[in-house]
Design a protein around this ligand. Structure first.
Ligand SMILES: NC(=O)c1ccc[n+]([C@@H]2O[C@H](COP(=O)([O-])OP(=O)(O)OC[C@H]3O[C@@H](n4cnc5c(N)ncnc54)[C@H](O)[C@@H]3O)[C@@H](O)[C@H]2O)c1
Length: 368
């Protein structure tokens, strides 16, 4: 991407921060991160690209103009703490920053939490997306090359049996409050395209993993429980299959779709890395046995727990449209990506320890 002005919503989250780091390190784009900083927002994830977690976290809409005035070819990242459901703030962010594009990632993202409390998922994922679409529509009328890119999930397609893949044509059949809220937001984005002509792209990706992943999700939870010597919870029999995507590969796909994708199109993102949950946990244990050996194997910590209600059996992406039409190829396979991830957690206690101690320390969520 060259010389663009990009809004990234949810830029202090797992995927949004990976995208923002790449945009700052590997392009000359200017980026405005918009994030409410919920429990899942971690400004420290942007420290390596210049966000100061002490100084910048309270930058609200009243400080936006002065912040934007400091942007130049050296300082290309600005931060706005705001709720995407706040229409006035979103309108102002568009009018002042004058974006060429928005990558919309802000969401409530954890299926288990959506089972315990769906309200916030409906508000942020559906109302928040509609609010942004309205702000974008007003701005696009002044800036016709603007593109709205929505980042969504393969969970909107429901579940697969033992065979087959999700394609862009698979009918929607979401099962959890999370996936239903994401399906709704996808429909809204398409509706703004079909009704008003707003230029859009949608990407639906498989499960991401990698550095800076909030420890409520399976892979970081297992790594941190290994380090704490705590049981490693595996839902049901561990037979559910997910198609694992290294987060930087995903971020690169998002930039490619933004640049080269066609208006109104959907692209599925996945790298053919299907693993059962049990295989994932066992792989982490074996890497931990090698990198942080102890008297007994980490495999002994595996504990089977009651399954998640409505747990989809298998997700698997057919990425041939993204690969064939746009030439995307993942750089990591599961073996290389998971090793990098475990090593990152071993090397970056400064990032996860405060989260682990103050925000989330591994308690079971979403039993229904
Ligand atoms: N993580 C995955 O494996 C995965 C897979 C498929 C799709 N997705 C989608 O990708 C996007 C990013 O996922 P993630 O894993 O990085 O999520 P995350 O939970 O790590 O981050 C979400 C970010 O959004 C912010 N946010 C939440 N509500 C907000 C609001 N009302 N206003 C402004 N900011 C708000 C949070 O503070 C946080 O920084 C989501 O839309 C998610 O549905 C994620």
């Amino acid at each position: 991407m060259k010389n663009k002005r990009c809004i990234v919503t949810g830029g202090c989250g797992f995927i949004g921060s990976a995208l923002t780091r790449l945009l700052i390190k590997e392009t000359d784009c200017q980026v405005l991160v918009i994030d409410k900083l919920t429990y899942a927002g971690v400004p420290e994830s942007l420290k390596e690209v210049g966000l100061d977690p002490e100084r910048d976290v309270d930058n609200d809409i009243s400080t936006l103009n002065s912040q934007l005035a400091t942007l130049n070819s050296e300082k290309r990242l600005a931060f706005l703490r705001a709720d995407i459901c706040d229409q006035e703030a979103m309108d102002k962010a568009f009018a002042e920053f004058r974006p060429d594009t928005i990558f919309h990632l802000a969401a409530e993202s954890h299926v288990d939490r959506s089972i315990d409390g769906p309200g916030e998922f409906i508000r942020t994922n559906i109302t928040g997306t509609a609010t942004l679409l309205q702000a974008a529509l007003k701005w696009w009328k002044q800036h016709p090359s603007f593109v709205f890119q929505h980042i969504s999930t393969d969970e909107v397609y429901g579940t697969l049996g033992e065979t087959g893949y999700f394609t862009e044509k698979t009918p929607y059949s979401p099962h959890s409050p999370y996936s239903a809220s994401k399906a709704s937001s996808d429909h809204l984005v398409r509706a703004w395209h079909d009704t008003y002509g707003l230029p859009i792209r949608i990407t639906n990706c498989s499960n991401n993993y990698g550095p800076y992943h909030f420890p409520e999700k399976l892979i970081p939870l297992v790594i941190l429980n290994c380090l704490d010597g705590k049981p490693l919870p595996v839902y049901g029999k561990g037979a559910n299959v997910r198609d694992w995507l290294f987060v930087e590969d995903h971020a690169r796909a998002l930039m490619l779709v933004n640049e080269k994708g066609a208006d109104g199109e959907t692209y599925n993102v996945g790298g053919h890395n299907e693993r059962t949950n049990l295989e994932v946990v066992e792989t982490i244990c074996r890497i931990m046995d090698e990198l942080r050996p102890k008297a007994t194997s980490y495999l002994d910590l595996i504990t089977f727990v009651t399954d998640r209600p409505g747990h989809d059996l298998r997700y698997a992406i057919d990425p041939s449209k993204l690969m064939g039409e746009l030439g995307w190829k993942p750089r990591e396979n599961f073996e290389s990506g998971i090793r990098r991830t475990v090593q990152w957690y071993l090397d970056n206690e400064w990032w996860w320890k405060p989260i682990h101690e103050q925000r989330y320390s591994g308690q079971r969520l979403g039993k229904g």
